[in-house]
Write a protein that binds this ligand. Structure first.
Ligand SMILES: [Zn+2]
Length: 215
């Protein structure tokens, strides 16, 4: 979220979006789609090889009424994010928790990688219908959402597909992943083999023993 004089610029990176600060003389590459020029001759360049990213320019006093903000649920660190809040919503949801935890209108900011990690640490099978989760499960989801995101942010995020050595910028959290993209590797907690399935169209990784669930 960029705070300008009269507007907020909201920018979502989606899968591959990245910002680079460049000198204006630096060659522009074909994947740099938006360039912000600054008075000191530097440029903030938005690069997006797959063009999944989104930007919204919204007048300042209209921010909270905007569609894009209204669609968002609670931030992971919001004090209103409680197990009661989750259970009230989850009790109406028969979909697998893996699908529901990605629903940005409930908790915002959990993507596919972190969803797998949060469910592993919470010892919840990704196929469990959300309405079957207990109070303890919901408390664990909140606890491990905060823990996982805090650690990932501290390590500069997770870089799986888009690492390019010439740019030299990469997060390090991929080295700390328990299950995501670990199919065939042994679980760090119980030594079973990590399994990959599809849930709601998304690649989903879990440990069949640590996350045995009801199935
Ligand atoms: Zn395990």
């Amino acid at each position: 979220m960029f705070c300008l004089n009269d507007y907020y610029l909201l920018s979502h990176l989606r899968m591959e979006g990245k910002y680079f600060l460049r000198d204006s003389s630096y060659p522009i590459n074909k994947h740099e789609h938006v360039i912000f020029r600054f008075s000191d001759n530097t440029e903030l360049r938005y690069q997006d090889t797959r063009k999944f990213g989104r930007m919204h320019l919204i007048e300042k006093d209209k921010l909270m009424d905007s569609k894009v903000m209204k669609e968002l649920g609670l931030e992971p660190w919001d004090k209103n994010l409680t197990s009661e809040y989750l259970q009230n919503i989850y009790k109406k949801k028969s979909l697998p928790i893996k699908t529901v935890i990605l629903d940005q209108s409930i908790i915002t900011g959990i993507g596919n990688i972190y969803a797998d990690e949060i469910l592993f640490l919470s010892k919840i099978n990704p196929l469990t219908p959300a309405k079957k989760l207990s109070d303890k499960d919901c408390k664990n989801i909140i606890k491990y959402t905060r823990k996982t995101l805090e650690e990932a942010i501290a390590q500069g995020g997770t870089t799986i597909r888009s690492y390019t050595s010439d740019e030299g910028i990469t997060g390090r959290f991929q080295n700390s992943l328990y299950v995501h993209e670990q199919a065939g590797n042994t679980c760090k907690k119980c030594h079973s083999k990590i399994v990959k399935i599809k849930v709601g169209g998304r690649g989903t990784y879990y440990c069949p023993k640590c996350q045995a669930g009801d199935e």
